[in-house]
Design a protein around this ligand. Structure first.
Ligand SMILES: Nc1ncnc2c1ncn2[C@@H]1O[C@H](COP(=O)(O)OP(=O)(O)O)[C@@H](O)[C@H]1O
Ligand SMILES: [Mg+2]
Length: 256
């Protein structure tokens, strides 16, 4: 019997007496592609921070591949297979696209990422980085400065850096923010392919149309609590979800 890649048990944290995450429990199996949605202030980013170890919960448990990591550092969780975009993998703008990925790969093996860049500058490391860049649609951009990339490509680089950690699960906090419709659709297609290649995905995203198109399962948070968990179609039909969050206009997408 395989343990879930990620399991949360009654996770809770309050800020100044306000429950930001309130008794949240769910599990993700290997290969899942789950959308985490909910209105602004629902607790999505806080939950991602609890999972990645940036925050420690007041109570409850985070398990990674069956191991309790609730009190473990972010670095240790990364070594055990969690990667997240935004917080950890902000690209270095004055470094080449390729070096950014090589550096991220080194992050997993050593506490000194700059030393890692030197030590892991071997051909195999670079070949691996090149293949990851191909996977996210950045082939040909290897020698460009990260800072010169347009936003859509910079976001692909963030995902490439997450993949360089050789993760079991990737946590994505609003990877489509700032992208136009066609860029957002391309980005989701790329993430879908990464998932098909075997990486479990937990996706926080405001772009409901894309989340519903891509994810097989949605978890809905409101006021720190899970108020819906199931297929997009079923979740969107729940009265509580509509009342907390959704306009009726979303229904047409959910019917697809
Ligand atoms: N570091 C913090 N200190 C105080 N309150 C916070 C902090 N982080 C989040 N919150 C509060 O927790 C709640 C959930 O926020 P957040 O997780 O950012 O929601 P979401 O990502 O769903 O928009 C909000 O009420 C927010 O104001
Ligand atoms: Mg947020």
């Amino acid at each position: 019997m395989n343990a879930p890649v990620l399991a949360l048990h009654n996770l809770a944290i309050s800020f100044g007496g306000v429950a930001a995450v309130d008794e949240v429990s769910f599990a993700l199996a290997a290969g899942d592609f789950v959308g985490l949605i909910g209105p602004n202030g629902a607790g999505k980013t806080t939950l991602i921070r609890l999972i990645s170890g940036i925050l420690t919960p007041d109570s409850g448990r985070v398990e990674l591949l069956g191991e309790d990591v609730t009190r473990r550092s972010t670095a240790m969780r990364v070594r055990r297979g969690i990667a997240l975009t935004h917080q950890i993998v902000r690209p270095f703008r004055t470094m080449s696209v390729l070096d950014n990925v090589v550096l991220a790969a080194g992050h997993k093996r050593t506490v000194d990422p700059l030393r890692a860049l030197i030590q892991t500058g071997r051909a195999t490391e670079r070949e691996h980085a090149v293949s990851i860049l191909r996977q996210v649609g950045l082939a040909g951009a290897e020698s460009k400065l990260a800072g010169s990339l347009p936003l859509g490509q910079l976001k692909r680089l963030e995902i490439a850096r997450a993949l360089a950690l050789d993760p079991r699960i990737v946590l994505l906090d609003e990877p489509l923010a700032g992208l136009n419709n066609s860029e957002a659709a391309e980005q989701i297609d790329m993430i879908t392919q990464v998932n098909a290649d075997g990486v479990t995905i937990l996706l926080v995203e405001h772009n409901l149309e894309e989340v519903i198109r891509a994810c097989r399962r949605l978890i809905v948070l409101a006021n720190g609590r899970v108020i819906g968990d199931g297929s997009p179609r079923d979740v969107m039909r729940q009265d509580g979800v509509r009342a907390a969050y959704l306009g009726e206009s979303v229904e047409t997408h959910a019917e697809n």
